[in-house]
Design a protein around this ligand. Structure first.
Ligand code: FAD
Length: 564
């Protein structure tokens, strides 16, 4: 059985950064990913990464903007760490070879992003995630003697010893269908978010909440799961993202009357208010009949006000997306967009070193909730979160590994259990529903009832429907009966992960009887600090989610009314 000091599940930015950090500390490291690492969803990140690197800037200002953006639900100790370590991390990336955009003076150029009090987003055109991911992957290959890569391996469950400590995983080799148990002194989950729980979403097909559900199933609490970010600028039909970098470069949002309606909601920041505020403003315009496009369900994003040369240089990817997916040349005419599911602020509850309450189990990146984003993430703070807390998890796990022996565990029983479960999925009779049908129903349900605006009745409908979908997902059938690259069978497993995530989101949203950040309850339209300035934690008890609370850490910024 393969054994490693630190085993990382996920090879996006959080996972790769954790692997490099743990390897530098001298640990034997392995990194596992269900797709080739550079196909991880971090590759899609467009607009950039925040850091207070300008001479006029200060990490305290970045931290305050982040706290305010979070609607005061973010933990300020974690936010201070993230923002104070950001400049060093960005410079480290630059030194490793990331070709950040530079200004005429030869300094790193910075662009404006939502909710930020000044320009602090470093970027590589609008392909920042791709640039970062490829540079980290080169570094991983350079460390091939100390970092083992299990590429195209799908983790099915976490291993625990009799004391409940995490000591490895069970996984399936996607290429051959072979099952294997892996022992590890520490496991770091870096499996990304759960965007596919929604339809449409800006997230790729692989973003199915696997890490969140696996941690939840072994007793780790999930935190802030009700906080789901809708990005203001997604293509109406497909949900494909048009980066916030467009508004950062000066693009306007217009309703059917040609008004820049953000004047009403955020007169100071206009289109660059925080995402929750802009998405709500758009949805109000659409709901009140001032939308554009088919059925009035969209809003115009007008990039033509940005000099064409600048758009072609700094936003070239969305020029292509506009042409390919909407038939629009954004340098010459407005494009129709609307709010779309984009990111989950919640995830596996961790401390600032990535530790979960399960000994030996860490989490970092979008799978985790530290919580630096609280009720609403600021654009360009996620790449930063992945790197800072990925690194810190890797370092902490490596140090822990140095002080302990390799766990001894008999993995035969869980190995057989997971193998048999997969065989049973493949053998299911075709009398239930297809995986894809259930997935579509789930996504549309969440997009209807757990979206920009929510209320008790809709959330209860969602909860009841999820209970049914949970049952149906246990019998969902697939077509592919083979062993080689059987993505169908993995889809059936992912569906169960997604249902767990959806349930936790809806339970949290029902519980939080106030409006804060991305959670806007039309039946409780005010923020209520007295009762709800606290995190909602959800733990699995048997098959039922249990709710508890934990305090928000406040260091220097007392809650105040949020205005942009
Ligand atoms: C279109 C788009 C644009 C964005 N732009 C920006 C931006 O400009 N700035 C910003 O800060 N943020 C941006 N974000 C958000 C940001 O990109 C993500 O939050 C971040 O990249 C997530 O990184 P991660 O390492 O946590 O996870 P991912 O990059 O999603 O990686 C997850 C990894 O886990 C692996 N995995 C998952 N499940 C399993 C399993 N069962 N077994 C084995 N492996 C598994 C996957 O294969 C993958 O390697 C954007 C997001 C999107 C969707």
């Amino acid at each position: 059985m393969p054994a490693h000091d630190v085993l990382i599940i996920g090879a996006g930015l959080a996972g790769q950064r954790a692997a490099l950090a743990a390897a530098r500390e001298g640990a034997s490291v392995a990194i596992m990913s269900k797709v080739h690492p550079v196909r991880s969803h971090s590759v899609a990140a467009a607009g950039g990464i925040n850091a207070a690197i300008s001479v006029d800037d200060d990490w305290h200002s970045h931290a305050y903007d982040t706290v305010k953006g979070s609607d005061f639900l973010g933990d300020q100790d974690a936010i201070e760490i993230m923002c104070s370590e950001a400049p060093g991390e960005v410079m480290h990336l630059e030194h490793m070879g990331v070709t950040f955009h530079r200004n005429e003076k030869g300094e790193l150029d910075l662009r404006a992003f939502g909710g930020a009090s000044m320009k602090r987003t470093a970027y590589v055109a609008d392909i920042t995630g791709q640039a970062l991911l490829h540079v980290l992957y080169e570094q991983l290959m350079k460390h091939h003697e100390t970092v083992e890569r299990y590429e195209e391996w799908f983790t099915t469950s976490l291993l625990q010893n009799e004391r409940g400590e995490c000591c490895g995983v069970i996984a399936r080799d996607v290429r051959s269908g072979r099952m294997e148990a892996f022992t590890a002194k520490n496991v770091i989950l870096a499996c990304g978010g759960a965007g596919q729980v929604y339809k449409p979403t800006t997230n790729g097909l692989i973003v199915t909440g696997d890490g969140i559900a696996m941690a939840y199933r072994v007793g780790a609490p999930l935190m802030d799961m009700e906080m789901v970010q809708y990005h203001p600028t997604c293509l109406v039909e497909t949900g494909i993202l048009i980066t916030e970098g467009a508004r950062g470069e000066g693009a306007h949002l217009l309703n059917s009357e040609g008004e820049r309606f953000m004047e009403k909601m955020a007169p100071n920041k206009m289109e660059l208010a925080s995402r929750d505020v802009v998405s709500r403003a758009e949805q109000i315009e659409i709901d009140e009949g001032r939308g554009v496009g088919p059925g009035g369900t969209g809003i115009y994003l007008d990039v033509t006000v940005v000099p064409r040369k600048r758009t072609l240089e700094a936003l070239r990817e969305i020029v292509n997306l506009g042409k390919d997916f909407a038939g629009v040349d954004i340098t010459r005419e407005p494009i129709t967009i609307r709010p779309g599911q984009h990111y989950i602020m919640g995830g596996v509850k961790t401390d600032v070193d990535g530790r979960t309450p399960i000994e030996g189990l860490y989490a970092a990146g979008e799978v985790a909730c530290v919580s630096v984003h609280g009720g609403n993430r600021l654009g360009a703070n996620s790449l930063l979160d992945t790197l800072i807390f990925g690194r810190r998890s890797g370092e902490h796990a490596a140090a822990r590994a140095a002080s302990m022996a390799m766990p001894e565990i008999d993995a035969n029983t869980p190995l057989r259990r997971d193998a048999e479960a997969i065989d049973a999925i493949i053998a299911r009779p075709r009398d239930g529903r297809r995986v894809s049908e259930i997935k579509n129903e789930l996504g549309e349900l969440m997009n209807r009832y757990a979206a920009v605006f929510r209320d008790e009745q809709g959330l209860q409908t969602a909860r009841e429907t999820i209970a049914r979908l949970k049952e149906e997902s246990q019998n969902a059938w697939i077509d592919d009966q083979g062993t080689v690259f059987n993505q169908d069978v993995l889809g059936a497993i992912e569906l169960r992960y997604m249902v767990d995530c959806a349930e936790a989101t809806v339970v949290g949203a029902i519980e939080r009887k106030e409006s804060r950040g991305a959670q806007f309850r039309t039946d409780f339209p005010e923020r209520n600090d007295e009762q709800w300035l606290k995190h909602i934690d959800i733990t699995l008890d048997g098959d039922e989610p249990q709710v508890s609370y934990s305090p928000v850490t406040i260091t220097q910024w007392q809650p105040e009314e949020r205005k942009y």
